[in-house]
Design a protein around this ligand. Structure first.
Ligand code: C2E
Ligand code: CA
Ligand code: CA
Length: 571
């Protein structure tokens, strides 16, 4: 038998107690007709009202019952539990409300024979909000608001739990893509511009994806797309094509137009590979390969071995630099009008005992990405002027030739270049006017003030500056005019197959006349045949370089090359 309900006056002590509490609290009891609230404070009644009006509708009935305070209190009376705690959530106008609720028996005594339960609810809303903000932050890339790597994996696993990817085997894929040469852009234009570029990239890709595809930024310049692909690889190819197309138009960053290139790689889910993390790693390995091949790569098992190789490439290069195993070859630059040897371009060579001869096109990017370019570039600078000093000594007087050396834009940013140059010249005893530093266009559009400073410092040392690979980058002509640049090196791509290609000839002609207008000289790279040399000479190009004259030569042979031609120059 249930005891009769206590009279209200008997509860006076409790009423005062409940009123003093700063959170919803009430005394509950049970009669045959159900649950009764004997007394409650004002906070309690407004809590009950809010909760009833906003009961969570998005969960199942059983869950809802579990989170309903009435249900839990009823269950308390029905069982012999000594206490109960539960979390209760609902949404009101202001958003999520969260409470920690507790139910405990009130000790019975003579004055209080009824069975009473004290209900309290502590507001946890702000903690819960902080938690969920933190969680969101942990899962979101703050720059693009896309999911980051953790968020991406979590989101896809969430989809899997809801039965979507798992429902149809091998019908989903991860397509990864990296921005090629992003570190160069970042180093040249600055981190702010780099950020802006990333945001634009995210926006463009997002606009070409379908509803349901998930885009994430999983690293600095790395993105990943999760996509359902009912038609397997052909559908992946379509998506990849759309992503590539998104970058057909260059991206404008303040006054620069940047041509963004992406390396795309993908991994298709296998029946047994439902592990998203693994699929993501496979897609990334494919992207690494794509960087080399320039085409979309699909993950194959041995792709990971390539990653390993790259790792060893970096380590072996570090050892080669430390152990002085790099060498240098010298390619003559010829005065096209007179046939005289104008000087040499110093090019670094690396022959590894295991990997064999590794091309600079392969190890320079590794050096740039790993920071090894700084010691490498310093070595190259010293080595080329030392060689020149060595030739002077052997010849018995100063040779009337110059030495070109390549300077990476990454080194320009990371190293104190004027000091390195000054030290190299001083140590070798070589005058500044015999050194020509070759910069690429991307180096010039770096923080213009810094570039100006560097070029000014080089000019003060009488060092000449040449712009390498001219025509391939995105330099603006105004900066060319205002910077102390003395030579434009016309990129090989315009010179190769120039004969019979009216467009290429027109470009070369335009570059030569531009250089003339700016008071600069021109050097054509990649001259492989006599008629190319002839055509370039007729176009008014000053100097030429290429296999037609000589391949890059070891120091001894380069010296003899000059010796032989210094007497009777011929083209
Ligand atoms: P680059 O500065 O454009 O150097 C010219 C490249 O074209 C050299 O390749 C040279 O061997 C090649 N070449 C010369 N004449 C011809 C020709 O007639 N036909 C063809 N097809 N190729 C020709 P290499 O030595 O493999 O160097 C590749 C790139 O690596 C260089 O391009 C340069 O950007 C970079 N590099 C090489 N050494 C250094 C270095 O010491 N420091 C830095 N920062 N970069 C370097
Ligand atoms: Ca060069
Ligand atoms: Ca070049």
């Amino acid at each position: 038998m249930t005891a009769p309900l206590p009279a209200v006056e008997d509860l006076r002590g409790y009423t005062a107690f409940l009123k003093a509490l700063p959170y919803p609290a009430a005394l509950l009891t049970q009669s045959p007709s159900g649950l009764h609230v004997l007394v409650g404070n004002a906070e309690f009644f407004s809590f009950v009202e809010d909760q009833a009006a906003n009961e969570l509708l998005d969960c199942e009935d059983s869950q809802r019952r579990q989170r309903n305070w009435r249900h839990r209190a009823q269950a308390m009376f029905d069982s012999q539990r000594r206490s109960d705690r539960f979390e209760l959530e609902f949404h009101d106008r202001l958003g999520l409300r969260a409470y920690s609720c507790s139910l405990t028996w009130v000790e019975e005594d003579d004055a209080q024979p009824a069975r009473l339960v004290l209900f309290t609810a502590t507001d946890r809303t702000s903690e819960r909000n902080a938690e969920s903000t933190l969680r969101k932050e942990l899962m979101t890339d703050s720059l693009t608001s896309l999911p980051n790597r953790i968020g991406f994996v979590e989101q896809i696993e969430g989809l899997a739990e809801n039965g979507r990817p798992a429902a149809s085997k091998a019908t989903y894929a991860i397509i990864g893509f990296d921005l090629v040469r992003f570190s160069r852009i970042n180093e040249s234009l600055g981190a702010m511009a780099g950020d802006e570029l990333i945001i634009t990239v995210a926006r463009r890709v997002k606009s070409v994806l379908r509803a349901g595809d998930v885009l994430a930024r999983i690293g600095g310049n790395e993105f990943a797309i999760f996509a359902h692909v009912g038609h397997g690889l052909s559908e992946v190819l379509q998506i990849a094509e759309r992503v590539r197309k998104a970058f057909e138009a260059p991206i404008r960053l303040s006054t620069y137009l940047i041509n963004v290139e992406v390396a795309l790689g993908c991994a298709l889910a296998q029946e047994d590979s439902d592990d998203i993390e693994r699929l993501l790693r496979q897609a990334q390995a494919a992207v690494k390969r794509a960087k080399k091949s320039g085409a979309l790569e699909v993950y194959r098992a041995n792709v990971l071995r390539e990653a390993l190789k790259r790792f060893t490439l970096e380590n072996r290069l570090r050892e080669a630099i430390d152990n002085g195993e790099l060498t240098m070859v010298f390619q003559p630059l010829i005065n096209l009008q007179t046939g005289a040897v104008k000087g040499f371009e110093a090019l670094t060579r690396w022959e590894d005992s295991v990997l064999g001869q590794v091309s600079p096109n392969e190890f320079i990017p590794v050096a740039e990405e790993s920071g090894l370019i700084v010691p490498l570039g310093r070595w190259a600078m010293c080595e080329c002027v030392q060689t020149l000093a060595d030739w002077d000594r052997r010849f018995g007087e100063t040779l009337p030739i110059t030495m070109n050396v390549n300077l990476s834009p990454v080194q320009m940013v990371r190293d104190n270049v004027p000091r390195a140059v000054e030290e190299a010249l001083r140590y070798a005893g070589i005058a500044g006017n015999r050194l020509i530093i070759e910069l690429t266009e991307s180096a010039l559009i770096a923080d213009p003030d810094k570039t100006r400073q560097l070029l000014g410092a080089l000019q003060a040392m009488d060092v000449t500056v040449a712009m390498d690979d001219f025509g391939t980058g995105f330099s603006n002509l105004a900066s060319l005019q205002s910077l102390p640049i003395d030579v434009l090196k016309i990129d090989r791509s315009f010179v190769t197959d120039m004969i019979g290609d009216a467009d290429k000839i027109a470009i070369v002609r335009a570059i030569v006349s531009l250089a003339g207008a700016l008071g600069m000289e021109t050097t054509a790279e990649g001259i492989e045949t006599p008629d190319m040399a002839d055509a370039l000479r007729k176009l008014g190009c000053h100097f030429g370089q290429g296999y037609h004259f000589a391949r890059p030569l070891p120091p001894q042979e380069a010296f003899h090359y000059w010796l032989e031609r210094s007497a009777a120059p011929t083209i």
